[in-house]
Write a protein that binds this ligand. Structure first.
Ligand code: FES
Ligand SMILES: [Fe+2]
Length: 314
């Protein structure tokens, strides 16, 4: 018997899961604006062309490696490198070198699949660079008159995107970390194609009935509905930007049915912020257990772990 290797936070967790991830809010990126972005442990450039298309490319110019997202410039439907003025189109192909007629074949920069949906600029991540196999689901509630003006919030969390997603499918921790009276009864279903996870939990507290209804499209891309009663519903849309394997920037968009806007609007946002603060000390210090010791009561967590495997190649 030996003591073995010391377990620590530095031990390896999973890579980045396949799926759609946000790199910014659409409303924060005007026409002609250029930004540098970090996601998937990579440097990326984000810009909006003159016609309004949001584009994400790898950051570094194939010429001498300048960062296109820092001082790069939008020229029509292209981005111009700040160093020697080479211009790249929406497919990442170099279309102009201002001081040379001939453009080398290899003068191209990788472009990412982008979907600007529900107000967020989303990119498709696949470790083998395969194209998207499904679209980001569009939420009518975010533009409907029957729902309140959306509210926005974002925060950087010191943990892997999978662990943050797992938290939602972990009703057992609600009682200990979020001071709920009991563990809400919950059930996890996986949709027919196996890709979408659906969890329903009865999160009623004393005289306040409420049902938590979570739909997860990939780790970090979730729609959480809280149903207090007929016409009394709240929706939280969450997207994630995994900056590194240890850090994730989360974005939330919240709307409630008009009928209850005066009753729950701001309180709910405060509640979410408080909830994240409750989770932070755990997230900050926990390690990743590839094979946790589960008990029979952990059914939602077991469901989540089975579901999440499909987002990795190995
Ligand atoms: S480094 Fe981009 S044009 Fe030279
Ligand atoms: Fe939590």
């Amino acid at each position: 018997m030996s003591l073995g290797v010391c377990e620590s936070k530095s031990q390896e967790g999973p890579g980045f899961p396949i799926g759609w991830y946000s790199v910014g809010r659409g409303r924060d990126l005007g026409v002609g604006e250029v930004r540098d972005v970090k996601a998937f442990d990579r440097e990326l450039a984000l810009f909006r062309t003159r016609s309004g298309v949001a584009v994400v490319t790898d950051a570094f110019c194939p010429h001498l490696g300048a960062h296109l997202g820092v001082e790069g410039r939008v020229v029509g439907e292209t981005i111009r490198c700040p160093f020697h003025g080479w211009r790249f189109d929406l497919q990442g192909k170099c279309v102009e070198i201002p001081y040379c007629e001939e453009i080398p074949e290899r003068a191209r920069v990788r472009t990412w699949h982008v979907s600007e949906t529900n107000g967020d600029i989303m990119v498709w991540y696949h470790p083998a660079e395969e194209p998207p196999t499904w679209e980001v689901p569009e939420l009518e509630e975010l533009t409907s008159d029957e729902w309140s003006q959306p509210q926005y919030w974002e925060v950087t969390i010191p943990n892997h995107v999978q662990n943050i997603a797992e938290n939602t499918c972990d009703p057992e921790h609600f009682q200990y970390v979020h001071r709920m009276q009991d563990t809400p009864p919950s059930k996890v279903d996986i949709a027919d194609d196996g890709r979408v996870l659906h969890m329903v939990a009865d999160a009623s507290q004393a005289a306040h009935p409420n049902t938590l209804d979570v739909t997860m499209h990939n780790p970090g891309l979730a729609i959480v509905r809280t149903i207090y009663g007929p016409q009394a519903e709240m929706l939280v849309y969450s997207t994630a930007q995994p900056t590194t394997l240890e850090e994730t920037h989360m974005r939330w968009t919240l709307t409630v049915r008009r009928e209850i806007v005066d009753l729950v609007g701001d309180d709910v946002m405060r509640g979410i912020k408080a909830g994240i603060n409750d989770d932070l000390p755990i997230w900050r210090h926990k390690i990743y257990r590839e094979k946790p010791v589960f008990c029979k009561g952990d059914t939602s967590l077991v469901g989540f772990r089975k579901w999440v495997r499909q987002f990795y190649l190995d």
